[in-house]
Ligand binder design. Structure first.
Ligand code: SF4
Ligand code: SF4
Length: 180
């Protein structure tokens, strides 16, 4: 079940800023952004990765502090120039989001990744924006942990499939990907 966040979008502030957040790095999704059941979540993630518009941007280390895993896969939109890559672009460069259009985000507010929905536009200083909860990403990484092996195996499988010129891999037989 998706986490409800009140619509805090503020087009006036964001257009004054010019989309600094979306131009720097796409926001990460929460596992709850992908569906209600495990089957629905796994199906939607596979369909998304196959479009070439989504990739893994892992949390490095174990977000619980237990040292049980090296990293935790988290899915976020691809960079505009990195479509088809299954892993995030290097950290040393800014990566404009593949869903950033000249009119703003392609998605309506409720369909955006949780990290995008929780970033509050700063009216006093557009561009200097933070989420209310500084621990949000770590908490999200913990929620992703039960899907870590699934995503690792999925990425291994997709690495053996050559993407087309748009970064897409063949769509599953059960239909086109469409995020709900
Ligand atoms: S949320 Fe903040 S950084 Fe992002 S576009 Fe709006 S003002 Fe700019
Ligand atoms: S999904 Fe939308 S709000 Fe989030 S980074 Fe991409 S363009 Fe920005």
């Amino acid at each position: 079940m998706q986490i409800e966040i009140a619509n805090n979008s503020n087009p006036g502030v964001c257009s004054a800023c010019g989309g600094r957040c979306c131009n720097h790095r796409p926001g990460v999704t929460d596992i709850t952004d992908w569906g209600k059941t495990r089957n629905e979540i796994e199906t939607n993630i596979e369909k998304a990765l196959r479009t070439g518009y989504w990739c893994s941007d892992p949390w490095d280390g174990d977000p619980t502090g237990n040292d049980d895993v090296d990293r935790v896969h988290m899915i976020r939109p691809s960079g505009r120039d990195h479509k088809g890559a299954l892993y995030h672009a290097p950290f040393f460069e800014s990566v404009p989001c593949a869903f950033l259009t000249y009119k703003g985000c392609f998605y309506s507010f409720r369909d955006r990744p949780l990290m995008c929905r929780t970033l509050i536009p700063n009216q006093e200083s557009p561009g200097d924006c933070t989420a209310e909860d500084p621990e949000l990403k770590r908490k999200m990484a913990i929620r992703w942990m039960p899907y870590n092996n699934f995503i690792q195996q999925l990425i291994r499988r997709l690495e053996n499939e050559e993407p087309d010129s748009n970064g897409a891999r063949p769509i599953l037989a059960n239909g086109n990907y469409q995020r709900e």
